[in-house]
Design a binder for this molecule. Structure first.
Ligand code: LLP
Length: 422
């Protein structure tokens, strides 16, 4: 099997390395469960987006929900990225990473008034508004603040991204965006509201998309709207095409980012819209294959129907298998010269849904470290404290240096804000 994450992730001899660092040695040094990311792999994932957009007005807004560690944000900020945020918490984080708010777009169906106020005061580049009701509230808040909120409407193009139902967002049945047939009326309303300044349009059709076709369908639908909206005398400066490009977890074959962008640019040019400022909101495709989750094997438990490999990472550390039945590759940090056995790899949490991998062929003994691959996106950012388990530490590898970029959470931190009754 070609390792997802190669060439940054590779065996040297029998030992798995990420960039210049041996993963087993990082587990010795920092403990497990441990998230480890490669900065070079992140920048290499960004490069084809940047390459494809040379000579075009553009801003690549990293969707920080995928991995919001401050050092990861700093990495993308230094590389010239903007950011897509979805909460006041993400706003605080991105500002703490030293990012200027005029590189930040604010998405999400349920922004609170307080979040709107904070984002207005910070001076975000654009609010991606998801409903007509939100337009009214945002305008009112902006007027109270004595400001104008820059807005784009997230339109729902009603295309099927062909992905998991929980992460498909561009269908009529989804809660996201303004329906295609309401969009022109919503833009007219937005243009009339005193607290808003219309600057763009956006869409995002889903996540882990492995085909170009749904993007082109969505683009056509959005361009139809752009033309209809501008015919009403409302100018749109930018076009934000969202994120969603998939990665290889096992055998998926998504297009490369430059291939996708190239196809979109060709369509934009053909329809006479190639001059517009373009924005993208990639998350997973920038960080997913740049990270692994390291875990130590605690026990092997042979059974009549199944063998279990019980490890020290659990569903609270990595939700994707439990939540989406996601398949993520699992390999040994040190290869053993032994016959592999088929195991379900499971964590210590008291739920049958607590598994990281099913029916995996592994040569493993207690004490061995395993790496769950492609864990750089939606891994740590979705982690919880269920079972009062402290969240894992995070390490960012830069060349052959390993930087601890988040300390392991200690039990006392988990109930610090709680109070006993008098
Ligand atoms: N923009 C918006 C408005 C989004 O809602 C999302 C992701 C993105 C951009 C970035 O999408 P990406 O490029 O990462 O596909 N937790 C799920 C994925 C949820 C995605 C939610 N929205 C998972 O682990 O698969």
């Amino acid at each position: 099997m070609k390792l997802p994450g190669a060439p940054f992730l590779a065996y040297r001899g029998e030992s798995l390395h990420l960039d210049g660092c041996e993963l087993d040695a990082l587990a010795d040094r920092f403990g497990t469960p441990l998230y480890v990311y490669s900065q070079a792999a992140m920048l290499a994932a960004l490069a084809p987006y940047q390459r494809a957009l040379v000579g075009r007005k553009h801003l690549i807004c990293y969707a920080m929900k995928a991995n919001s560690n401050l050092a990861v944000l700093q990495t993308f900020a230094r590389a010239g990225c903007g950011f897509d945020i979805v909460s006041g918490g993400e706003l605080a984080r991105v500002l703490a990473a030293g990012v200027s708010a005029d590189r930040v777009v604010f998405s999400g169906v349920g922004k609170t008034r307080e979040e709107m106020r904070l984002a207005l005061r910070a001076g975000v580049k654009c609010f991606n508004v998801e409903s007509e009701a939100e337009l009214e509230v945002l305008s009112a808040v902006a007027v109270q603040e004595g400001r104008q909120a820059p807005v784009s409407l997230r339109v729902n193009p009603d295309v099927d991204a062909g992905t998991h139902p929980y992460i498909s967002t561009g269908l009529k049945a989804n809660k996201f965006g303004v329906a295609h047939d309401r969009a022109v009326a919503a833009y007219r309303r937005a243009a009339a509201l005193p607290g808003l300044s219309v600057i763009g349009i956006d869409c995002h059709i889903g996540s882990q998309i492995t085909e170009i076709a749904p993007y082109l369908d969505a683009l056509d639908r959005v361009l139809d709207l752009v033309e209809a909206i501008e015919a009403q005398g409302i100018a749109l400066h930018h076009l934000d095409l969202g994120g969603g490009l998939g990665i290889t977890y096992t055998d998926e074959t998504p297009p490369a980012a430059d291939e996708l962008i190239g196809a979109l640019l060709t369509r934009l040019d053909a329809r006479g819209h190639g001059h517009r400022m373009l924005m993208f909101e990639p998350g997973r495709s920038l960080v997913g294959n740049a990270g692994v989750l390291l875990t130590e094997t605690l026990y092997l438990k042979p059974g009549q129907e199944k063998n279990f490999c019980i490890v020290d990472a659990a569903m609270n550390d990595l939700m994707r298998p439990a939540m989406y039945e996601a398949t993520m590759a699992i390999v040994a940090c040190r290869r053993r010269d032994e016959a592999p056995v088929t195991y379900d790899v499971v964590g210590p949490v008291c739920e049958s849904g607590d598994w990281l991998g099913r029916a995996r062929s592994l040569a493993v003994q207690p004490g061995d470290r395993l790496a769950v691959l492609s864990a750089g996106a939606y891994g740590m950012s979705m982690a919880s404290n269920y079972n009062t388990r402290g969240r894992a530490a995070e390490v960012l590898v830069v060349g052959d240096e390993a930087h601890l970029v988040r300390e392991r959470e200690q039990p006392a931190e988990l109930f610090r804000g709680e109070r006993l009754l008098p």
